[in-house]
Every structure is written in structure tokens, then in C-alpha cells.
Write a protein that binds this ligand. Structure first.
Ligand SMILES: NC(=O)c1ccc[n+]([C@@H]2O[C@H](COP(=O)([O-])OP(=O)(O)OC[C@H]3O[C@@H](n4cnc5c(N)ncnc54)[C@H](O)[C@@H]3O)[C@@H](O)[C@H]2O)c1
Length: 316
């Protein structure tokens, strides 16, 4: 059992606190926004109840709750004191992360590991010199209590031993760590997702199809085969000759990287930022985030359990 501090209790932070607690660790959680911290226990409880209901965790978790294993703390100092692993899951802003790393450097023990959940930032230039060897990226996917992939990236001066410690910790929690030889922004899954995103936002901005059409195309076309074949095994099934011809014949150019999308900017201007506010591309009605997460999680769990029973293709 390790003492784990999770900094940031938003979409990822509260869920990461839950993952470490379910993995047998003692967790302290904090957020600079008291309202976000106040909401975290209910979100964790909803998730743990959904997991218990599906038989993924012992029913005792549902009955006893997670309060014994995750303590919400008002201050950074209280959260970090004595922690062996500090998980950074605050907003994706360079200045905020830089300030936090300076604060953490003063509060963390000399051997404590700093593991950032950053999606896109090269955090290593933001980390004080003395912390470099104990800092790495451990990047999770949402919701991390259901998605098992964890990208582990060392920085240029990260001690390989801490990567191994985090790899072992993550694997012991039943997760699937992928260790990168060096930091690569976007990792693998996010790079693929970003490439898809470029096409999706181009098609939306050009008014070719609706948001629903995009999701229908993915759910009923692209996605069905992916859980069994991934991308690479699917290429073998398609036949590599067709893959080769597809590359040669393509008559449209990939979307330019403009860094913005009109469709997205328009929704954000209207305050439609996603399920946390009840609307984004879709209108999610007056259901709370807890209710929406519960429905998503129940469905993902059924899929995950079915996939576990089906198993991967032999030979991959
Ligand atoms: N949302 C995702 O699907 C996802 C997936 C993988 C990685 N990430 C990464 O995880 C991190 C968090 O993302 P999120 O989606 O949970 O964001 P979020 O906006 O939901 O939560 C971030 C939280 O950090 C808090 N915060 C900001 N500064 C702080 C500070 N100095 N100390 C303590 N708390 C602070 C904010 O109040 C907020 O509640 C980001 O680096 C993001 O790139 C997100």
C-alpha cells in the first residue's frame, strides 16, 4: 500500500483517486476549486456503485464507500505530506503546471515520484532541476476506472527506476501500461485520436454531415472492428495490397492543422462545454453528470465484460 496524492479533482483527478484507492492505496485528493473538491466524493461513489453492480469490484466498496481510502484535503501541503506518488491532474495550462511543480518541489519528499497526467504538454522544462529524475508522465484515459491503457513516458533526465516503479504499480492494479522510450507529445492513442479529430472537425466545419452522422459513421462502421482487431490486425484482414492502393489513390489532402474549429468555437461561445454542463454537441437534458457518467459506465462495462469473454484474435 502506497500513500498517493492526487492534485486536481476534475474530470480525471477524482477518477484517478478512485483507481488508486481501488488498487489498494491510500489516497489524498485536493483541488484549488473548493466546489470541484466538494463534488468529487459523489462522483467517486457513483462510479464505485456502478463497478460493484457489474461485479467488477467487491460489493463491500458499494456498502462502505470510498471515504476510508480517499481523503479530500483543503491544502496542497496536507495532500502531499508523506506521499510516495504525487499524481498531477490539474488544468492543461503550462503556467499553472509550472507554478504547481515549484510548490510541489518544496512539499514533496526527496524520493517521492511526480507523475503527470498531461495530455499534450511537454512538462519536463517546467519541472525544477532537482525533481527531474523523479518526474515522469503517466497518462490515463477517461474514465480511468474503465479504460486500462496508461502511457508511461520518461523525460530526458528521468531515472529509469521510477518508470519501473510506476509500471509495476499500474500493472498491479490490473491496468495496461505502455512504456515509451522517450516523451512523445500525444502518445500513441491520442495521436490517432487527434488525426481523427482533424478530419471530424473539418467535416463539421465544411457542413458535410451532422455531429450525429459522424458518430453513426464511427459507431456503426469504424468502431465495431476496433475492439477485436485494433488498427494493425485490421490492415492484415483488409489485405495490405488494398492498404497500399488506398495510400496511393487518395485524392484528398489531409486537413491542415489550423489549431481551431468553427463548430467547436461556436459551441464554446454558447457555454456548451460538454456533459458537465448538460450540453455540448448534444443536449443531454437535465440529467446530472453523475447520472450521465453512470449510464456511460454501465454500457462501457457491459462492452468490456463481453470483450473479456470474447478475447483478442489469436496470433496478435
Ligand atoms: N479529460 C480527459 O479526458 C483527460 C484524459 C487524459 C488526461 N487528461 C489531462 O488531465 C489533466 C486534468 O484534466 P481534466 O480533464 O481532469 O481537467 P478539469 O478541468 O476537469 O480538472 C482540472 C482541475 O484542476 C484544478 N486546478 C487547477 N489548478 C490547480 C492547482 N494549482 N492545484 C490544484 N488544482 C488545480 C481545477 O480547479 C480543476 O478542477 C490535464 O492535464 C489533462 O490534459 C485529461
Amino acid at each position: 500500500m502506497t500513500d498517493v496524492a492526487v492534485i486536481g479533482a476534475g474530470t480525471m483527478g477524482h477518477a484517478l483517486a478512485l483507481v488508486f484507492a481501488l488498487g489498494g492505496h491510500m489516497v489524498r485528493l485536493t483541488d484549488s476549486n473548493p466546489e470541484t473538491l466538494r463534488r468529487a466524493p459523489a462522483l467517486m461513489q457513483t462510479a464505485v456503485e456502478t463497478l460493484a453492480e457489474a461485479g467488477e469490484v467487491d460489493a463491500a466498496w458499494k456498502e462502505n464507500g470510498i471515504g476510508q481510502f480517499v481523503r479530500c484535503c483543503d491544502t496542497l501541503a496536507e495532500t502531499v505530506a508523506g506521499a510516495a506518488i504525487v499524481v498531477e491532474a490539474i488544468i492543461e495550462r503550462q503556467d499553472a503546471k509550472h507554478t504547481l511543480y515549484e510548490q510541489l518541489d518544496r512539499l514533496m519528499g526527496p524520493d517521492a515520484i511526480l507523475a503527470s497526467n498531461t495530455s499534450n504538454l511537454d512538462i519536463f522544462p517546467l519541472v525544477p532541476e532537482a525533481r527531474q529524475k523523479n518526474t515522469m508522465v503517466a497518462h490515463w484515459y477517461t474514465p480511468p476506472y474503465l479504460c486500462d491503457l496508461v502511457d508511461l513516458c520518461p523525460g530526458p533526465r528521468t531515472d529509469p527506476a521510477i518508470v519501473e516503479t510506476i509500471r509495476g504499480t499500474v500493472a498491479a492494479m490490473g491496468k495496461v501500461p505502455v512504456v515509451f522510450k522517450k516523451m512523445v507529445q500525444g502518445y500513441v492513442a491520442n495521436r490517432i485520436q487527434a488525426a481523427i479529430g482533424l478530419e471530424v472537425f473539418r467535416l463539421l466545419d465544411e457542413g458535410v454531415v451532422t455531429a450525429k452522422d459522424i458518430d453513426d459513421s464511427v459507431i456503426h462502421g469504424l468502431a465495431l472492428r476496433m475492439p477485436i482487431l485494433g488498427i494493425i490486425a485490421k490492415a492484415d484482414f483488409t489485405g495490405l495490397a488494398l492498404m497500399q492502393q488506398g495510400l496511393a489513390n487518395r485524392s484528398y489532402t489531409p486537413p491542415p492543422v489550423t489549431g481551431r474549429s468553427e463548430a467547436l468555437d461556436h459551441l464554446m461561445d454558447q457555454g456548451r462545454s460538454g456533459v458537465m454542463v448538460g450540453k455540448g454537441f448534444f443536449d443531454w437534458g437535465d440529467r446530472t453528470p453523475e447520472e450521465l457518467f453512470r449510464e456511460r459506465d454501465r454500457k462501457l462495462l457491459k462492452l468490456k465484460q463481453a470483450l473479456r469473454a470474447i478475447g483478442p484474435m489469436e496470433g496478435t
